[in-house]
Design a protein around this ligand. Structure first.
Ligand code: SF4
Ligand code: SF4
Ligand code: SF4
Length: 301
């Protein structure tokens, strides 16, 4: 087996994505698979590289990446080189922006409110691997079903659509009330009425009215900060809802910068929101992005 130089050891150990195992001689290599999407050729390339190095298995992680476990350090550069040939690079694992996850969105899921492919690609290009005071996970779910647990991530984006019911035209057939899992469409004084406090803006009722009288607003991108999984899971706090992918990308840029500047290592983001003065940051973001809404509003709207 080819000897590896000590400086290469230390370089590999410092790289995100090369993770020491319980058995100190072995490493797991985590790849970068944004949104869990790869081509069949990339899948074959990874499989062949792992097989050539004698791997008995590959592991699909909870954050939509692929890991090749139990590699001696000498084999790590060979693996990196082999997967690079099919356009796959090393993932991240240290205090940085780690693999960005997303659900399929409008491309495939009938429940989705937003397109996720282009958003994921823009976020991944701008932020993946950025050095941070702590691990920062960004996740996108195209509806409140939250298949990527985005509200349990440091930065979450949820796609929403708000229903607008014209009660005057409603026939009272009840289809929308039966569809709504939140019981947000209820009978009040003999009329079916939308309770906006209960509505989570999943948008499901919009497409189910047989008479097409429930209209939907433009999709909203709800951005939450400071969610966490782990021992004491907690939902992130809502920062803002914006109405376009461009604005969502800009807000995430502001949030990543804010975390980089004001958060510190050794403690998770959830526990630092107060000391980072989340409320003032929220006010600044609201001021900036509500003025953008008015700048881009159509005349007469
Ligand atoms: S989060 Fe919603 S849109 Fe995304 S896959 Fe799950 S159900 Fe579909
Ligand atoms: S958008 Fe979803 S939660 Fe709101 S009323 Fe329609 S089905 Fe219910
Ligand atoms: S499905 Fe349409 S017509 Fe039927 S109760 Fe709902 S809004 Fe009215």
């Amino acid at each position: 087996m080819k000897k590896i130089k000590p400086e290469v050891y230390s370089y590999l150990e410092q790289r995100g994505g090369v993770i020491p195992e319980r058995n100190k001689r072995l490493y797991t290599v985590r790849l970068r698979i944004p949104g869990g999407e790869i081509t069949p050729d990339q899948m074959l390339g990874i499989g062949r590289a792992a097989r050539r190095l004698g791997a008995q298995s590959v592991h699909l992680t909870t954050r939509q990446t692929i890991e090749i476990p139990h590699l001696p350090i000498e084999d790590v550069p060979r693996l990196i080189k082999a997967v690079d040939k099919v356009g796959v690079t090393l993932g991240s694992e240290h205090e940085e922006v780690v693999n960005i996850t997303a659900c399929p969105g409008l491309d495939r899921c009938r429940l989705s409110n937003i397109e996720t492919g282009s958003l994921l690609s823009r976020l991944n290009k701008a932020h993946f691997g950025r050095e941070m005071p702590m691990r920062v996970r960004i996740a996108v779910s195209a509806c409140p079903n939250g298949c990527t647990s985005e509200r349990l991530s440091e930065i979450g984006i949820t796609g929403l659509r708000e229903p607008i019911r014209d009660e005057g035209q409603c026939t009272g057939c009840g289809t929308c009330a039966l569809t709504c899992k939140e019981k947000a469409i209820v009978m009040v004084n003999g009329r079916l009425t939308l309770d906006t406090n209960l509505c989570v803006q999943c948008g499901m009722c919009i497409d189910t009215c047989p008479f097409h009288i429930i209209k939907g607003t433009m999709p909203h991108y709800m951005i939450t900060i400071g969610g966490r999984r782990g021992r004491h899971p907690m939902l992130g706090r809502e920062l803002i809802r914006v109405d376009s992918e461009d604005e969502a990308v800009m807000v995430v840029e502001r949030v990543v910068d804010w975390i980089y500047r004001y958060a510190y290592g050794g403690s998770i983001l959830t526990d630092q929101l107060e000391s980072m003065d989340f409320s003032s940051f929220k006010d600044r973001i609201e001021e900036e992005f509500s003025s953008k809404d008015s700048e881009t509003a159509m005349p007469g709207s």
